[in-house]
Design a protein around this ligand. Sequence first.
Ligand SMILES: O=C(O)CCC(=O)C(=O)O
Ligand SMILES: [Fe+2]
Length: 283
Amino acid sequence: MTGQAISPELREWIVTQLAAGHSIPSLQASMRDAGWHADVAQKALAEFEPAPATTSPPEVATPARTAMPGPDLSNAPLYIDAGDRRVQVLQTMIHPRVVVFGDLLSEEECEGLILGARQRLARSLTVETKTGGEALNVDRTSDGMFFERGENPIVARVEQRIATLLRWPLEFGEGLQVLRYSPGAQYRPHYDYFDPAEPGTPTILRRGGQRVATLVMYLQEPEQGGATTFPDVGLEVAPRRGTGVFFSYDRPDPATRTLHGGAPVLLGEKWVATKWLREREFT
Ligand SMILES: O=C(O)CCC(=O)C(=O)O
Ligand SMILES: [Fe+2]
């Protein structure tokens, strides 16, 4: 129901206000002052009310966030209009929150992102070799690079589509990361949020707060292997070109069941682009 009552613009305004630390009651008051009917304001904000506590003491658990990115699935759609493209909804899961999208990217967009990333991957490898390399990460044996947000027209177009599809401000997203997996390469199961117990985490959080969601988009499919796996729930998403897997985590906690990894590529090469969404503007 809320999906019908609330326009994308109003939703983005609410998300931004909540991210800035305003409370739901204060937003309700602002909306009333701006001339909204109280019941309409209440309906619009209902989606962002925290879920009632179920089990386990809320004092010790990390509190869950209320405003979260995600597609509007309120009418169980088979397709979603993401502005410039009609995206398929192929599969959804509640806990962990996972949505698999089909036809998210065109062939040309996949090719274009690979082309833009390829030389930069080669260069970053050379630099690392020359300097003796950053500490070799045994958990992730793919090669990676980051685009700047809006760096080229394809990147900008894909980012705007993601913002519309996931109803999350474009500015809250990190730059797109591209990874290439050769045969044997994998990304062992991990969480994408920053571990609150790590000493470096407060510094990382200054640039836009926690990560709250991930969208992994498959740019090139290997011949065998390379699924995105969710070991806690036995889910494997096939790395089909143009498809994307979205998952969100409302707290930096394993209870979100968002442990995931890239299974070893057995044959061929797998390329992905990952968009991470933060809780605030990423600067
Ligand atoms: O390659 C995959 O399937 C997963 C990638 C991933 O987990 C990430 O980029 O954080
Ligand atoms: Fe990940």
